[in-house]
Design a binder for this molecule. Structure first.
Ligand code: PLZ
Length: 458
């Protein structure tokens, strides 16, 4: 057995891909040191801040997370789709290290710096569409979604925002309103923001007349609702995730997104793609919109953009973004220099290591095994996803009734065996897998074997 890297206090500077790429359990999960820290957390942090797996991390990198007891867990979560390039990715670490010693903050609105401009140039170049674009930077996905709505309202002079069932866009007042699910995101937190309208999503697995009718019928319902209940001429923006993330990795039936986009184009509605979870190679395309050739008017990114440093972006048509008056957009930290350097390191890594191709190969390895698992286990009702954004939806066998307790039970079994998985879904019955794109094959294989065993035993 190799040396234990994670100590009670942690050792500085030993994370990243050079960590031993192995699953290693030296205590039960969570171990005594993590339990001690959990007790402190419970005394110091309100319970509203939940915990998926209470191991306290000291190091992470490649495909593993190392905890305070010296356990090394296989990471199928990437900090919720953030560390696609891996934790403490060398190009990110190197750039941030240099930047933190040069200067840490000036506020880009006060005295600018080049890295922000470079990130904007890069995003303008790599996001879908070859029209003229602008980008501005913020701190979180929610903040970026809010800003996309601000810009769309300003440019159109309209107020209504259309969002979808199963959608997730954040936890601030506006984005919580845009989010579909009551528990835990909205319950007791009202009143919500006005002028937000929710329409159906083309959810193939749950479409009443079958997946083959889903795209066409769902699009017709959306268009009918917008036309009859809101008025297309009142709608500033349609905001949609090209694959619904927190909602359960729902890929809208093929044809749905193009139909909605086309309706937006015809009616002067700003089409906003929320690629906070799907962006930066996660789905096997640099952006999930590319899969169906969708060119959004505005694309919102965050999470995978900066390898774990807080950064988010709004990228959109110059003629929309340029409409806002001088000083109308901003924030103290948006596009912080450390986060910008990290983003440049991420983009270099994606290209140098072909992480888009790597995401496709991860999907190609996972999907057949999960489909075979589903054949043997009727508790798995659906296997879906693209690239390294894969999920299984659990049902009461023989029905399509959601089975959230099975999801929780399988996740708990995986956690106990040292495999970090996340749940999702409007009904809480989806297990989702978001491995770092740099995860070595042997850990991917081992993680799948643990998952298979957990499903078989449930
Ligand atoms: N849009 C599509 O997935 C964040 C939420 C974690 P922030 N998803 C993870 C939690 O429970 O709070 C997300 C997303 C999509 C927007 C957001 C919001 O991004 O960076 O969390 O604000």
């Amino acid at each position: 057995m190799s040396t234990v890297i994670g100590t009670a206090t942690g050792t500085a500077g030993e994370g990243g891909p050079s960590l031993p790429q192995e699953r290693r359990l030296v205590t039960e999960i969570p171990g005594p040191r993590s339990r001690e820290l959990l007790a402190r957390k419970q005394a110091a942090v309100p319970p509203g801040i939940g915990t998926t797996l209470p191991v306290f991390v000291t190091h992470a990198g490649g495909g593993v997370v190392v905890d305070a007891d010296g356990n090394s867990l296989i990471d199928f979560g990437s900090g919720i789709a953030v560390t696609g390039v891996g934790n403490a990715a060398p190009r990110v670490v190197e750039r941030v290290r240099r930047q933190v010693a040069d200067f840490t903050h000036t506020c880009f609105m006060v005295t600018p710096y080049e890295s922000y401009v470079r990130v904007a140039e890069e995003l303008n170049r790599i996001t879908p569409g070859d029209h003229e674009k602008r980008t501005f930077l913020l701190n979180s996905g929610a903040e970026a979604v809010e800003n996309a709505v601000k810009v769309a309202r300003h440019a159109t002079g309209r107020q209504a925002v259309v969002v979808f069932e199963h959608g997730y866009h954040g936890r601030t007042l506006l984005t919580m309103t845009l989010t579909a699910k009551n528990m835990p995101y909205k319950h007791g937190f009202g009143p919500f923001a006005p002028e937000v309208y929710r329409v159906p999503l083309a959810y193939p697995f749950r479409w009443p007349t079958g997946p083959e009718n889903c795209a066409e019928e769902a699009a017709a319902q959306v268009i009918d609702k917008i036309t009859k209940e809101i008025g297309a001429g009142n709608v500033a923006a349609v905001v949609i995730e090209p694959i619904a993330g927190e909602g359960g990795f729902i890929e809208p039936a093929p044809g749905f997104l193009p139909a909605i986009l086309e309706f937006c184009r015809r009616n002067g509605i700003v089409f906003v793609a929320d690629e906070v979870q799907t962006g930066f190679s996660r789905t096997g395309d640099l952006f999930a919109c590319e899969h169906e050739g969708i060119v959004p008017d505005i694309i919102v990114t965050a999470k995978g953009i900066a390898g774990g440093l807080p950064l988010a972006a709004v990228t959109g048509r110059a003629e929309i973004l340029d409409r806002v008056h001088v000083g109308g957009l901003g924030g103290t930290y948006g596009g912080n220099p450390l986060a910008c350097e990290a983003a440049l390191g991420v983009l270099e890594t994606i290209e140098a290591e072909d992480l888009t191709g790597r995401a496709r190969r991860i999907g190609a390895a996972m999907l057949p095994r999960l489909r075979a698992l589903a054949e043997r286990n009727p508790v798995i009702g659906d296997v879906r996803g693209r690239g390294a954004m894969i999920a299984v939806e659990l049902v009461v066998p023989g029905t399509t009734d959601p089975h959230p307790t099975a999801a929780a039970e399988i996740a708990a079994r995986c956690h106990a065996e040292g495999l970090l998985v996340l749940t999702a879904g409007t009904y809480g019955n989806v297990l989702r897998f978001l491995p770092p794109l740099v995860i070595p094959d042997h850990l991917l294989e081992e993680g799948l074997a643990i998952l298979e065993k957990a499903v078989n035993e449930t």
